[in-house]
Design a protein around this ligand. Structure first.
Ligand code: DQA
Length: 166
């Protein structure tokens, strides 16, 4: 079981950046608590933060296990490897939420199901923050609950996989 925890631009400044909007927890705090919560659900958390769009695309590709392509008739083509079934993404695309077709496409290309997290309530801020290139493809969206949103997203995957795996 694997979660890719991805944070976009400026989130490295979490805790010092506009604290009235984003609160005082730092990104290392968020990562550490997500990793330790992950352990309680048997989930490996791979964290990545970048201020560069293409690096986020590359990070997603680096975790993508390509489905086997089989040529012969009767062979099961495009079979998805099992590892892929238990990989999910928790992503706060930050400003790329409102701009990035490339990261959206990378998520769709890898097929990783994802939860979109925003620390602030993007619907209660500037108009341009209301549109997301991700929400229509997300399993769910958490916004406005502060850094608790990351915890909520992780608990969601943990509970879902615990239930499915019995
Ligand atoms: C954010 C909201 C975005 O609009 C903004 O660009 C961010 C952070 C949030 O977590 O609330 O950088 O994704």
């Amino acid at each position: 079981r694997k979660i890719l925890l991805i944070n976009g631009p400026n989130l490295n400044l979490l805790g010092t950046r506009e604290p009235t909007i984003y609160g005082s927890a730092t990104l290392p705090d968020v990562v550490a608590s997500t990793i330790s919560l992950g352990k309680t659900h048997n989930i490996e958390v791979h964290d990545f933060q970048s201020n560069h769009e293409g690096e986020i695309v590359d990070f997603l590709h680096s975790h993508f296990v390509r489905p086997r392509v089989s040529a012969g008739a009767g062979a099961s083509a495009g079979e998805s490897p099992k590892a892929h079934d238990r990989t999910a993404v928790i992503i706060n695309p930050a400003a790329f939420t409102h701009t990035s077709v490339a990261i959206r496409d990378a998520l769709l290309a890898t097929g990783f199901p994802f939860v979109e997290v925003h620390v602030s309530n993007v619907h209660a801020r500037e108009e341009f923050r209301r549109h997301s290139y991700f929400s229509d493809k997300a399993v769910g969206v958490v916004a406005g609950l502060g850094v608790y949103g990351y915890r909520a997203a992780l608990e969601f995957w943990g509970a879902k996989w615990d239930e499915e795996d019995g």
